[in-house]
Design a protein around this ligand. Structure first.
Ligand SMILES: NC(=O)c1ccc[n+]([C@@H]2O[C@H](COP(=O)([O-])OP(=O)(O)OC[C@H]3O[C@@H](n4cnc5c(N)ncnc54)[C@H](O)[C@@H]3O)[C@@H](O)[C@H]2O)c1
Length: 277
């Protein structure tokens, strides 16, 4: 198959690319390298450096590569930045994605796999683990923008016969996650502790999330190449883990003696969410 992975130079997307290449697919990556890294891109994949908000760039890429499947990982992923500048977030996550959908339609793409979010979509968990039927009440512009594309996908299938599978990720962790980023508590804490620095916790550390290893996310993307058409599916462990739990585990694994620093909670973050996959 010819598969275009947007955001394929990023943490999760680059692992998905590796898996598709290993399976013998022909893979192209569209990425502006804003947070992704050239060296993460599998050498057997074709890298097209471009910005999703540039509709000409994405059109050229799809027209030339002619993918059968688009696996969409490129996004503005910073929840705090989305709170500060919702329009910037929407430009990439909604308008950029719409430009991509337009190109998919014009060039006969068969299927669209979408890396959505379960962690930022349901809002405060009313029942846990949250199923796909849980009410959708995003508490950040990021959650709103990520969810908006799901509506377009549902509609695009009806209007233009583009099949889709939406994968709602929980908090993903693993190699290549940025330890200097705004999200990805495991990578950030490991990075700090390895440098002998105390991890900073926003709030009381009792916020609960669902942490999933990146290889499991990759497996879901592999399955979505042939299954899950027209479905919106949670990925997750069904187990909630608190930030304090993570600090305790990492302290013991890394033999780190210091204590965490506690700071003010951040706006736009829910207290408890974990997902029924
Ligand atoms: N990491 C998580 O826990 C998590 C949870 C839920 C959903 N997701 C989703 O998974 C996807 C990948 O996230 P990640 O954690 O690997 O983040 P990441 O930042 O490592 O990957 C995003 C990639 O998209 C690229 N990108 C960003 N804006 C772009 C633009 N305008 N044009 C082209 N490329 C652009 C970046 O350079 C990067 O390579 C995102 O869509 C994110 O919303 C991630």
């Amino acid at each position: 198959m010819r598969i275009l992975v947007t955001g394929g130079a990023g943490f999760i997307g680059s692992h998905v690319v590796d898996q598709f290449v290993e399976q013998g697919h022909e893979v192209a990556v569209f990425d502006d390298l804003s947070s992704g890294r050239r060296e993460f891109v599998n050498p057997k994949a074709r890298l097209v450096v471009g910005d999703l908000t540039d509709s000409n760039a994405i059109e050229r890429c799809v027209a030339e590569f002619r993918p059968e499947v688009v696996d969409h990982h490129a996004a503005q992923i910073d929840v705090r930045r989305s709170v500060e500048d919702p329009a910037l977030d929407a430009r990439t996550n909604i308008l950029g994605a719409l430009a991509l959908l337009g190109s998919c339609r014009r060039h006969g793409v068969r299927k669209f796999i979408y890396a959505s979010t379960g962690g930022a979509l349901y809002g405060e968990g009313r029942f846990l683990p949250a199923t796909e039927d849980h009410p959708i009440n995003p508490e950040s512009p990021y959650g709103v923008s990520k969810h908006t594309l799901e509506h377009y996908l549902y509609l695009w299938k009806r209007l233009h016969n583009l099949d889709y599978t939406v994968l709602r990720y929980p908090n993903v962790y693993g190699p290549r996650q940025n330890p200097h980023g705004e999200a990805g508590v495991n990578a950030i804490f490991i990075g700090l502790m390895l440098r002998g620095k105390r991890p900073r916790i926003f709030g009381d550390g009792e916020q609960v999330r669902d942490y999933l290893y990146v290889a499991d996310v990759v497996e879901a993307n592999r399955l979505a190449l042939s299954k899950g058409g027209g479905e919106m599916l949670n990925l997750g462990t069904g187990v909630g883990t608190s930030v304090n739990d993570i600090v305790r585990e990492l302290k013991s694994i890394l033999a780190f003696e210091g204590e965490a620093l506690y700071e003010a909670p951040r706006p736009g973050e829910v207290k408890r969410i974990y997902l029924d996959a």
